[in-house]
Ligand binder design. Structure first.
Ligand code: ADP
Ligand code: MG
Length: 257
């Protein structure tokens, strides 16, 4: 099992789009893929037409039994998406309450790691969508993953926020036996605008080889796919956005060796 997490402390930078696109492409390539929605907003969950306000079993339930090491999961916890290789462990709005109460209890940081350990033989790839808050949920995503993808919108404010994220990661990595490699992925790139070009340049100047060599362009087909609730991988291959995500998938597969 390969576990990739997608995170950034900023919202609206393309995290959920990155999860859906990579997951869809990996599933199309024949891999068994599980998406994990750890964002209390549940955009990934809604994407597949499930309602995070009324969902009965969600990632929230995993945190309720965290005292014990689970050996089994309720089968209804994992939802089917309509794509035979693509499953979803959904979010629910209840997850938001965790950020408030979890600090008090120890051992909360490894709930997702332990859960995925149970599912180790069932999936080839797991993609975790994490919330834009550095709290217990993001810590769970970071602790569980072997590769982190950080989408960064190519505009100045987004790059400023990245400093914090990178500092946090460096701190977490120092405490880990095996540091998590991370890849900064420039998103929503519009080559016609100065803001996009300038900020891409400054991103590369600052973070050098940590920045992916290519970019995810602004692509209205990607935006439309999210409102239509279809996996972006189902878009026709003339979509520049989905082509870019295909390149990103290949870069990530290459670096995993
Ligand atoms: P996050 O999960 O970081 O909040 P989303 O993936 O939900 O960000 O993206 C925010 C909005 O931007 C969504 O409406 C999404 O459809 C749109 N979007 C994301 N990536 C692209 C892109 N490459 N081109 C056009 N729209 C995009
Ligand atoms: Mg999101």
């Amino acid at each position: 099992m390969h576990i990739w997490a997608v995170a950034n402390q900023k919202g609206g930078v393309g995290k959920t789009t990155t999860v859906v696109s990579l997951a869809g492409l990996l599933a199309d390539a024949g891999h068994r893929v599980l998406m994990v929605d750890l964002d209390p907003h549940g955009s990934l969950t809604s994407y597949f037409r499930f309602d995070p306000d009324s969902i009965e079993q969600s990632a929230y339930n995993l945190f309720q039994v965290s005292g014990k090491i689970p050996t089994d999961l309720p089968p209804s916890l994992i939802l089917e998406t309509g794509h035979p290789n693509l499953s979803l462990l959904p979010s629910s709005t209840a997850l938001a309450t965790l950020e408030r109460h979890a600090q008090a209890q120890g051992g909360m940081g490894l709930v997702i790691s332990k859960t995925l350990a149970i599912l180790w033989d069932d999936y080839d790839y797991v993609l975790i969508d994490s919330p834009p808050v550095l709290g217990v949920l993001m810590i769970n995503a970071l602790a569980a993953c072997q590769q982190l993808v950080i989408p960064v919108q190519t505009e100045f404010l987004a790059i400023k926020g990245l400093e914090r994220m990178v500092r946090t990661l460096t701190m977490i990595n120092r405490a880990r036996k095996r540091p998590v490699p991370f890849l900064i992925v420039p998103t929503l790139f519009d080559r016609r605008t100065q803001a996009s070009n300038k900020s891409l340049r400054s991103l590369k100047d600052t973070y050098e080889e940590l920045v992916w060599q290519s970019v995810i362009p602004v692509d209205t087909k990607l935006r439309d796919a999210s409102t239509a609730g279809i996996a972006p991988s189902a878009l026709d291959s003339s979509s520049r956005g989905i082509q870019a995500y295909e390149n990103l998938m290949n870069s990530l597969l290459d670096s995993a060796g």
